[in-house]
Design a protein around this ligand. Structure first.
Ligand SMILES: Cc1cc2nc3c(=O)[nH]c(=O)nc-3n(C[C@H](O)[C@H](O)[C@H](O)COP(=O)(O)OP(=O)(O)OC[C@H]3O[C@@H](n4cnc5c(N)ncnc54)[C@H](O)[C@@H]3O)c2cc1C
Length: 498
């Protein structure tokens, strides 16, 4: 273990993408070998030293930021193993927690395989992606990180280690699960609260008959240190195409998206090969488009919103499928001549850069303003998107602060960003965000669908799970981390642990 104490050296560990200032720690411990971790955690536990696990610190919710105690960094545990083919449809790859997602994706790609989760930020570590159950645009078709984690090697705060494989252990009707560690059997009992059956990254995973591995995925550095993971790979698609469509009315964009979603769902269920079946469906509102207009001056001036889509193709049927997309566009009265089209991966990468440049611009503004980000991460059930978007619009009218909306419309998961220029505005925006969270809960949605709760969204999660749910989570955490050292203040306030 390398211990760093020098203030100027450890400064880099006190900033992530949340814009939160003031993080600090007594020291940073950089694990050189996985065997460093159990002894270190025992020492931290015995001395009750709060320990924050840091990945690449690209998180949006300050969950990787320490406020006192120790930082444990996994940056040197970055090995990526060989790909092991199971059959033509599946392969596995073993990776250490500090491996970057981009390197994992690249290694898979070079061998014809694909690691499908595609969060926009590829410099994140896989440990961070697993701890936040990260997802991205292509989750519309492929699902989130969780869906590709086959096994995890984890270390608990008492120094015990466990190798947990998917499909082996499930909670019983009371939420009990027993599992082996190298120091004996652990017994956990999941909380009771109900989570929505939609894309969700809020609160500890807890559904009837939960797979043990899912309990640790998305636990935001509060239950264990993820040391290694076995990831599932699928064959890389042969071809891809996509486009960006601009709409003068938001309602037309929504109608088009609903149509594509319905056709895609049927195609997936019936395993149809030559059908329209979107891999991603992304949305941009007028303000989001205006934000990047200088870089993309050909965005039509009259555009009120835009939708980007991608479709993967396994054989040579690209032209046929493009024709089918055209047909649907024409049915929706879209002028196909004005659609930006990309018929291969290289062209499509430019559109992905277009999409990615929106959060990048937002992050740059946040850095400049030195005010934390007020960005929603909600998702709502099918049929409820207009309700929440209309509600947000009303909020913004009374707020009068610059805002923009973009994101994963295919999963009713939009990022509404309210960009406060100063502390005063920030307080107003936070209040507005709470109102939005209450509305999301009323609509039976989730307050976080991909970024997690971290240190910034406790209050929203409380709206969703009530105080009793927060208490249950704290009790659950303590059953695995008795001295409550790991990831303090992540998911719920540390006061719940007393
Ligand atoms: C431009 C930009 C775009 C982004 N786009 C997306 C997106 O599309 N989708 C998305 O989901 N996120 C996105 N993010 C957010 C961020 O990249 C993800 O949350 C990512 O999963 C964080 O990984 P990290 O390695 O940076 O972890 P960190 O930020 O360092 O930590 C995140 C959490 O994981 C915990 N953690 C890290 N490593 C471990 C480990 N080994 N064991 C246990 N706990 C651990 C930390 O304690 C913390 O709670 C974006 C960020 C940026 C800057």
């Amino acid at each position: 273990m390398i211990i760093k104490k020098d203030k100027s050296t450890i400064q880099n560990y006190f900033q992530d993408n949340s814009g939160v200032c003031g993080a600090h720690a007594d020291f940073v411990a950089v694990a050189e070998h996985e065997n460093d971790i159990p002894t270190f955690l025992v020492e931290m536990s015995e001395n009750k030293i709060p320990t924050t696990i840091a990945g690449a610190l690209t998180g949006n919710t300050a969950s990787g930021l320490a406020f006192g105690g120790a930082v444990l960094s996994l940056e040197k545990l970055n090995n990526i193993g060989e790909i092991k083919k199971v059959n033509d449809s599946i392969a596995f790859i073993t990776v250490q927690a500090g491996a970057s997602v981009s390197n994992i994706k690249l290694k898979a790609y070079k061998s014809g395989w694909m690691y499908p989760p595609d969060p926009t930020e590829k410099n994140a570590f896989i440990g961070g992606n697993i701890a936040t159950n990260a997802s991205g645009a292509r989750s519309f078709k492929f699902g989130a990180t969780r869906d590709y984690v086959q096994a995890l090697k984890v270390v608990f705060a008492d120094g015990s280690k466990s190798f947990i494989e998917r499909g082996k252990l499930f909670s019983d009707t009371e939420g009990n699960i027993m599992f082996d560690t190298d120091q004996g059997i652990k017994h956990i009992k999941l909380p009771h609260y109900n989570l929505p059956y939609i894309k969700n990254a809020a609160g500890y995973y807890n559904y009837p008959n939960s797979d043990l591995i899912d309990v640790f995925i998305g636990s935001e550095g509060t239950l264990c240190v993820i040391v290694e993971a076995v990831l599932k790979l699928i064959p890389h698609f042969k071809n891809i195409f996509g486009g960006i469509i601009f709409f003068e009315h938001r309602s037309d964009a929504y109608k088009f998206v609903e149509k594509i979603k319905s056709i895609s769902k049927k195609a997936t269920e019936a395993k149809l090969k030559n059908s329209v079946n979107a891999m991603s469906l992304e949305y941009f509102d007028k303000n989001a488009l205006n934000l990047i207009r200088d870089d993309y001056p050909t965005i039509p001036l009259e555009a009120e919103s835009g939708v980007m889509f991608e479709q993967d193709v396994d054989d040579n049927g690209v032209d046929l499928l493009i024709d089918k997309w055209y047909e649907i566009m024409q049915e929706c009265s879209i002028d196909v001549d004005k659609v930006w089209f990309a018929s291969n991966l290289t062209e499509l990468e430019k559109f992905r850069a277009f999409r990615h440049s929106i959060p990048e611009h937002v992050n740059a503004i946040i850095k400049k303003n030195k005010v934390p980000k007020v960005g929603t991460d909600f998702a709502v059930p099918e049929g409820k998107l207009s309700d929440i978007v209309n509600f947000c619009e009303k909020e913004f009218k009374s707020l009068g602060v610059f805002n923009l909306t973009f994101g994963h419309i295919g999963q009713n998961h939009l990022h509404v960003n309210i960009l406060a220029a100063n502390k005063q505005e920030y307080e107003k925006c936070r209040k507005s965000y709470i109102d939005i969270a209450c509305k999301v809960v009323e609509l039976k949605g989730t307050v976080s669908a991909e970024h997690g709760i971290g240190k910034l969204r406790h209050i929203f999660l409380e709206k969703m799970l009530q105080r009793e749910g927060m208490k249950e989570m704290a009790r659950f955490k303590k059953s695995l981390d008795n001295n409550a050292i790991l990831g303090q203040d992540n998911i719920f306030p540390k006061e719940y642990l007393i």
